[in-house]
Design a protein around this ligand. Structure first.
Ligand code: FPP
Ligand code: MG
Length: 335
């Protein structure tokens, strides 16, 4: 379970080698950004930037660029800044979630406390914006700033709607669209924009990124309930502890098994942590995960429709494989 998505795919699928060299350039670009900070901060930033992520967002930028005419220098800069924005958001997220492990490493809040972690996240965000400005296109910078605003809005909505029985499934989808799908959508549409594609095609890429981002967050939410810290390399179970209403929780509250539905609803009403150990062996739990997984799978199917609009190429093939890999990851959550 929870085999790293993009890196696993990279190992298994030969055609991803088409962007291997550029992915290394993105890693180098991120590393070189640490030199922009004062000597005092540099060690912290180096440590923060050293953590190896799955590089899903840079992968999406590079593959979209390769599938639509070729990877330019601006795509490398863009892929690097997007990963930095993502890293900044995770640093802040781990403070909010009180998570002490990510990517098998202690989180900045665990190492240095919340105050420094927040400031390091801010610094990384600011440096990503500097890189965005270097691309030198005001429409592009504006779009990026809107994406960051949406990301923050999603996180604010989440933080202010814990244990909120008024929250609907539609609210959940809008929330995860903002907090997770925004950067996926930005990766694909931004790559298309830098390629000079027309607005209609950029819109299609934006939709595909949104669908994949939503599906990815559904996977992450299922994993929080079914995975283990060790296999995921991060602290799990924080959703239940904090009272985040995720898709499987909605399905549990709507379960035809009255006992389970009643237990989950009453825990949410009383702001008590849902005890998954108590539910894990029930049919209702398996059904809630299955229904959630199906929601992710149908979004991946829809995302693939966009890919058929692009000319056939190894990069398009690799993007298609990514969507199938996400299918597999979702299915791995089934209990
Ligand atoms: C992970 O969610 C977190 C996000 C997708 C977004 C976090 C965004 C912020 C904290 C806003 C600040 C943004 C910037 C750019 C500084 P999760 O907790 O469900 O996933 P996890 O299990 O990986 O922690
Ligand atoms: Mg988290």
């Amino acid at each position: 379970m929870s085999i790293p998505f993009f890196s696993k795919l990279r190992n298994r699928k030969a055609h991803l080698r088409t962007v291997k060299a550029e992915l290394q350039k993105v890693r180098d670009a991120i590393e070189s950004q640490t030199e922009q900070f004062s000597p005092h901060m540099r060690d912290y930033m180096r440590q923060v930037c050293r953590s190896r992520g799955k590089m899903i967002r840079p992968g999406l930028v590079l593959l979209t660029a390769a599938a639509t005419g070729g990877i330019k220098d601006d795509h490398i800069t863009f892929a690097a800044l997007l990963e930095m924005l993502h890293m900044a958001s995770l640093i802040h997220d781990d403070v909010l979630d009180k998570a002490d492990t990510r990517r098998d490493e202690p989180t900045p809040n665990a190492l240095w406390g919340n105050e420094l972690a927040v400031l390091l996240g801010d610094s990384l965000l600011a440096q990503a914006m500097v890189m965005g400005a270097d691309i030198g296109d005001s429409r592009f910078i504006r779009r990026m700033a809107v994406a960051v605003r949406d990301l923050c809005e999603g996180e604010v909505e989440q933080s202010t709607r814990l244990w909120d029985m008024e929250m609907s499934r539609a609210d959940y989808y809008e929330l995860i669209r903002k907090k997770t799908a925004t950067l996926f959508a930005m990766a694909m549409s931004g790559a298309g924009y830098l390629q000079g594609l027309d607005d209609e095609m950029i819109g299609h890429l934006n939709r595909m990124g949104t669908l994949l981002g939503i599906s990815y967050q559904i996977y992450d939410d299922c994993l929080d309930m079914t995975g283990t810290d060790d296999s995921a390399g991060k602290t799990l179970g924080t959703d239940a502890e904090k009272g985040k209403l995720t898709l499987p929780v909605f399905f549990l509250m709507e379960s035809t098994s009255e006992d389970v539905a009643e237990y989950v609803r009453s825990a949410v009403e009383k702001h008590e942590e849902i005890d998954y150990a108590r539910l894990r062996d029930t049919d209702a739990f398996a059904e809630a995960i299955r229904l959630s997984v199906d929601e992710g799978l149908s979004r991946n199917e829809e995302a693939r429709e966009v890919l058929w609009m692009l000319p056939e190429s190894p990069a398009r093939e690799a993007l298609t494989e990514m969507t199938y890999r996400l299918d597999e990851m979702l299915r791995d959550c089934l209990v």
